[in-house]
Design a protein around this ligand. Structure first.
Ligand code: PLP
Length: 492
């Protein structure tokens, strides 16, 4: 296809009988973009042509096109038509096979429409490769400093002395002593108001997101999501058949007034108030209150994801948004993958009281209950004080690592990559002051031996200046210095 040519010849797989026409057209066009059959800059046929060709009403076509536009897949130029967006991350497209059926392994060939929809555009996360602690890996804490001997001793003791009942069937919401320990911890440390019975232990934050979106959303519901934002949440929303509506983020967090004025009604808002993913800003109190007021007025849900709130290096930690909720509209998600280690895969949801029973019922058909013995080990690790001690120690270590990154960056990257001061978290942002493509620079730096991701990979509709995500928490000072050297050469 030439750059601006409409894809009159691109055939779409016809809808199944009874399939919702709007959803079918949206999914087919989106798949064509993700699979590269519709390239960046390609013009889509006019809504009139699409309507005629596929015997659809004009309103159906316009609604599907508008959804693609609002999710950032397309741009509309008045008088010229609709084009595949030029700001879409190329890697997202390249990662998806070009043609569908022939490349799918046989085991996938006969899956449901629902599953096809759920996995469209999903990139499987590979296991981490290369040595632990590589600059600038952002998704792993300091695994080299995790006290494995202490963990092993705790595990050995728990496994040897656990009553036989713990080897039997567990509670769908999770092991009660762990839920009590979590309630105590989030109450004291994050201001979350809850009792143990409001907690459901999950396989990390991701299972929590999957459960929450499937339980609280119907197909076609709209969800405000931060843009740029966390793909794991956006894909869970999509997987539940709902529509992620991108809302811009500024230095105060999700722009709630913008969303109220422009993003239309929604049944849920997903936010990361303590440390916005990936920009690292903290949501202001005014925005928190505005979001709560909106949720109460609209009878909508707020999903608050606090994935690494423990790591705050200066200033007073803002209590969780959940602590301001008086009407039970906030669902709070936490995880131990960043505070302890990724492979643990234990996270949790704090539910408003009215959701406790429906979630426990659902949990028992999803996977019956989380693995009891792992929960018992974690519970013991927390109650013996090792968890608190480890987190405090890591806070100190990460603060030192951040200052190494800032200082080395100032010396070797000045004018090329401006590293943002950050007050929290395990990563920061390196802005590219001279413009240029962040994904090109990320590719060059990766080829030269560091791991980093371009900010543009996390944007949907509201573009940001070029920037790189720089993880520092998991990397030793020496490795951070090596990484800065590699990046300086790549950016030269
Ligand atoms: C915003 C956000 N939420 C949650 C998580 C953690 O998810 P999980 O517990 O599934 O590893 C991450 C990890 O990168 C994240 O960035």
């Amino acid at each position: 296809l030439s750059k601006a040519a409409p894809f009159q010849d691109l055939s779409l797989i016809p809808p199944e009988q009874g399939q919702d026409k709007w959803r079918w057209l949206y999914s087919e066009l989106r798949a064509a973009i993700l699979e590269g059959r519709l390239r960046t800059g390609a013009r889509l046929p006019s809504s009139r042509n699409l309507a005629r060709q596929y015997q659809l009403s004009r309103g159906t076509v316009l609604a599907a096109l508008e959804q693609l536009r609002s999710e950032g897949y397309t741009d509309t130029q008045v008088g010229a038509g609709t084009f595949v967006a030029s700001s879409m991350p190329d890697r997202a497209m390249a990662a998806v096979p070009r043609t569908r059926a022939p490349q799918l392994p046989e085991s996938r060939a006969n899956i449901s429409n629902r599953a096809n929809h759920m996995i469209a555009g999903v990139r499987m996360l590979p296991p981490s490769r290369g040595p632990v602690g590589r600059a600038f890996r952002s998704y792993e804490p300091a695994l080299d400093l995790f006290p494995v001997q202490l963990w092993a001793r705790t595990a050995g003791r728990v496994l040897r002395h656990a009553p036989r009942a713990l080897y039997g069937q567990g509670h769908p919401s999770g092991y009660e002593p762990l839920r009590k320990a979590i309630a105590e911890y989030v109450g004291a440390s994050r201001g979350v108001r809850c009792t143990a019975d409001q907690i459901i232990v999950t396989a990390g934050a991701q299972q929590a997101l999957d459960l929450v979106t499937r339980m609280l959303l119907d197909p076609g519901d709209r969800v405000w999501v931060e843009d740029p934002g966390y793909p794991g949440a956006r894909l869970a929303v999509h997987g539940a058949g709902a529509l992620a509506v991108p809302v811009p983020v500024d230095r105060d967090g999700m722009h709630v007034d913008f969303a109220r004025a422009n993003a239309g009604r929604a049944r849920m808002a997903y936010v990361t108030p303590a440390n916005q993913f990936p920009l690292g800003v903290t949501m202001s109190l005014a925005r928190r209150l505005a979001l709560l007021n909106w949720a109460v007025a609209q009878d909508a849900w707020i999903v608050e994801d606090e994935y690494d709130a423990e790591y705050r290096y200066c200033g007073r930690p803002a209590p969780a948004l959940q602590s301001l909720d008086r009407s039970g509209c906030v669902v709070y998600i936490g995880t131990f993958t960043k505070m302890l280690f990724n492979a643990l895969r234990i996270g949790f949801v704090v539910l408003p009281q009215r959701l406790v029973e429906p979630f426990a019922a659902a949990r028992s058909i999803v996977d019956r209950h989380p693995p009891t013995l792992d929960q018992a080990i974690l519970s013991e690790f927390i109650s013996e004080g090792h968890f608190g001690h480890h987190v405090r120690r890591m806070r100190q270590v990460y603060m030192e690592r951040l200052s190494v990154l800032m200082e080395t960056g100032r010396r070797h990257l000045a004018g090329r990559v401006d590293i943002q001061e950050t007050a929290a978290g395990m990563r920061t942002i390196g802005w590219l002051p001279s413009g240029g493509s962040d994904s090109d620079l990320a590719d060059r730096a990766r080829a030269a031996g560091v791991e980093l991701i371009a900010l543009s990979e996390f944007t949907m509709r509201h573009t940001q200046p070029g920037a790189l995500i720089l993880g520092f928490a998991g990397c030793s000072p020496a490795e951070l210095r090596r990484g800065v050297g590699v990046l300086a050469k790549a950016a030269a």
